[in-house]
Design a protein around this ligand. Structure first.
Ligand SMILES: Nc1nc2c(ncn2[C@@H]2O[C@H](COP(=O)(O)OP(=O)(O)OP(=O)(O)O)[C@@H](O)[C@H]2O)c(=O)[nH]1
Ligand SMILES: [Mg+2]
Length: 243
C-alpha cells in the first residue's frame, strides 16, 4: 500500500523583520527543494514593517513566483514572533504548517526530511534538533552556545519534555495541533518555542526529530539580549510551577 501524500498541503510561515538580503535566497531555496519533491505548498511572508524594504523585495518575489505560491500578510509594525505565527496561520490553506526563520539559519534542504518523517510515523509535530545525531550549530560564540545549551539543559532537568531541542523554531506541525498549542501557550518571545514543545508533550502529541545544522545569520542583526534570557528563566520557572 502506498500512502498518498497528494492531498497534503504545506503552508510555510516566514516571519521577517529586516531580512532584505536573506529573503530572495531563502525563497529560491524553498521553491527548489519543495518543487524537487513535488510537494503542494505555499509560502506566507509576515513582514512587520521592516524599515529595510523587505516587503518590497517580497512583492518582487511574488511577481516572479506567482501569488498562489507567495502570499503576503504584512503588518504595520513590529509586533513580535508569537503573534506573527498566529497571523500567518489564519491565512494558511494547508493542513500542515512549517515554521522557519528567514535568516538562512534554517536550511530548506531539511524540509523534505521533516515531511518524510512525519508521513512515515504520522507525527503531530516534527522538530528540527541541533542536539541529536548530525545536528549542530555553526558560527555561534561561546556565550551564545552556553545560553542555548543552558536553556535546554535546565528545561530538560525541570520539565523532562522528551525532545532534545527546545528553543529551536524549525518545526512542522499538523495545523489543528499547532492551533491548539498556540491557544494553550502563555509566553511571548524567545521562550515561546520551548513552551510549545513542552505543552505538546503534555497534551500527548507525538513528536519526531530531525537533526539539523543551524548556521548563524550572516546578514542582519541578532536580537538575543539579556532581557530575553531573564524572560526565558522566568517562564521556565512558571511552567515548572504550574504544569
Ligand atoms: N514578522 C516578524 N518577524 C520577526 C520579528 N522578530 C524576528 N522576526 C523574524 O523571525 C525570525 C527569527 O528571528 P531572529 O532575529 O533570527 O531570531 P534569532 O534566530 O533568535 O536570533 P538571531 O538570528 O541571532 O538574530 C527571522 O526570520 C526574523 O526576521 C517580529 O517581531 N515580527
Ligand atoms: Mg536567527
Amino acid at each position: 500500500m502506498v500512502k498518498s501524500t497528494k492531498n497534503n498541503k504545506y503552508s510555510i510561515l516566514l516571519p521577517t523583520y529586516n531580512e532584505v538580503e536573506n529573503l530572495p535566497i531563502i525563497i529560491w531555496m524553498i521553491v527548489k527543494y519543495m518543487d524537487q519533491s513535488n510537494y503542494n505548498y505555499e509560502i506566507i511572508i509576515i513582514d512587520d514593517g521592516s524599515p529595510d524594504g523587505t516587503l518590497d523585495a517580497a512583492k518582487q518575489l511574488q511577481s516572479i513566483y506567482g501569488d498562489s505560491k507567495i502570499i503576503l500578510k504584512p503588518r504595520e509594525k513590529k509586533l513580535g514572533l508569537g503573534t506573527a505565527y498566529i497571523h500567518g496561520m489564519k491565512h494558511a490553506t494547508g493542513n500542515f504548517i512549517l515554521i522557519m526563520d528567514a535568516d538562512l539559519s534554517h536550511h530548506p534542504k531539511f524540509i523534505p526530511e521533516f515531511i518524510k518523517l512525519q508521513e512515515a510515523n504520522n507525527y503531530d509535530v516534527v522538530s528540527g534538533t541541533r542536539y541529536l545525531g548530525n545536528g549542530g550549530v555553526s558560527g555561534w560564540d561561546f556565550k551564545r552556545k552556553l545560553i542555548s545549551r543552558g536553556a535546554n539543559f535546565l528545561t530538560q532537568l525541570l520539565l523532562r519534555p522528551g525532545a532534545s531541542d527546545l528553543t529551536g523554531s524549525f518545526r512542522l506541525y499538523k495545523k489543528d495541533v499547532l492551533q491548539k498549542l498556540i491557544e494553550s501557550c502563555v509566553s511571548k518571545g524567545y521562550v515561546f518555542q520551548m513552551e510549545m514543545i513542552v505543552r505538546a508533550r503534555q497534551m500527548k502529541y507525538t513528536i519526531g526529530e530531525v537533526p539539523i545544522t543551524f548556521v548563524d545569520r550572516v546578514y542582519g542583526e541578532s536580537k538575543l539580549g539579556g532581557s530575553e534570557i531573564v524572560q526565558f528563566s522566568l517562564a521556565l520557572l512558571h511552567l515548572f510551577a504550574t504544569t
